[in-house]
Design a protein around this ligand. Sequence first.
Ligand SMILES: Cc1ncc(COP(=O)(O)O)c(C=O)c1O
Length: 428
Amino acid sequence: MWWTEKGHLEVGNNQLYIGGMNAVELASKYGTPLYVYNGNKIKGNFERLNAALSAHTDNYRIHFAVKANSHIQIQKLAYDTGAYADCVSPIECRMALKAGLSKERVLFTGTSVSNSDLEDLVNLGVRINIDSVSQLRRLAKLSTKPELSVRWNPGEGAGAGLHSHTITAGKYIKFGIPEHKVLDTFREAKALGFKVVGLHQHIGSGWLGDDVQVFHDSVRRTLNVANQAQEILGSAFEFIDFGGGPGIRYREGQTPFPIEEYARGLIEQVRAEGYRGTIAIEPGRFPVGESGILLLEVNTVEEKNIPIVGVDGGFNTLIRPAFYESYHEIVLANRVESDDRQEVMVAGNLCESSDVFNCSKKELREIAMPEEGEILALLCAGAYGFEMASTYNGRPLPAQVLIMDGKDHLITERGTIESIVGLQKIVV
Ligand SMILES: Cc1ncc(COP(=O)(O)O)c(C=O)c1O
């Protein structure tokens, strides 16, 4: 099983174990759909990131991209290793504060940010990374002028990611300030009396090793803008944030992302260009993606036009396959090593024909053939999994369990009808 190389998933008595705990027993204890995370794996990943960066500089920051998995317990694991937070909404910022982070360690990078968001952020006292000139001008109208950093878009050819939806640099991209406006933005910020302390880029998400070259190209462009911007401002940036993106190994045949090489390459490149301030990165998927699995119970095994294996979750539970045609390894947790492997459609329980856990509805997946009542585990579900879940079709949000040092803890109760209709009103 290629995925045992991840170091925290094992096979014992033909059943799946995560962080030393039996996945089938967890499913029976807490019910399904169930997200299970290995907290030791998360801590280990942050420690690995720290080691990769600290081998080359003391002056770095890891901003955990909270959007990948915002659970406050999981955030706390990150912050315990010294991480800062990258947040995209005022509530994410509040969650980071609730998880124990101090406001100076929270960096907000939003898009289409409203006036009330801006007021909220300024009142919270978190750091603000603007992604539009509009944001700058509207911030200037508030009574307090926060310190700012600027997200720019390094442009065409400088984006990278697993899927077109996850590429965030280039022309048809809404994020950041484009090259032809970025220096004027610094001039305007200075004229408006803002102290600009940083520059930011994020070119996309889910890179494989080949994308590192594209990343270095974007870093070169960013350092070039940084030099010109610092001249305009007359001061050096406190930090340059090079965004997130490092991918994880979702399927056999993909090589693990070369995180140590990436860290060394980034720091060497930045220092060679003469920038001496803080180097920040913003990983989300890398530290938490592999730590989580999604457990689903099989309720239907039937030949229709094609063989169908029906499960008790859908794209409301894990949207990545339906949204990005993403691959998640599907493991029969009860009988991992079964030789009876067949090509099937693993079908969710939503009334949508796109609701399948294969990469697409026309691409059947060979899996160990389950019986009704058995448990399937979808691997690498720790990032952008629960986070993107919804209650579509009246299916409550799944429960979440954290394993830490060989003990299981319920960290999110399963949703109920009350959690769906609780804020609704019947008015006529
Ligand atoms: C601004 C920003 N930073 C960081 C990230 C994290 O990316 P990843 O999870 O690929 O590391 C994202 C993801 O979309 C992002 O938008």
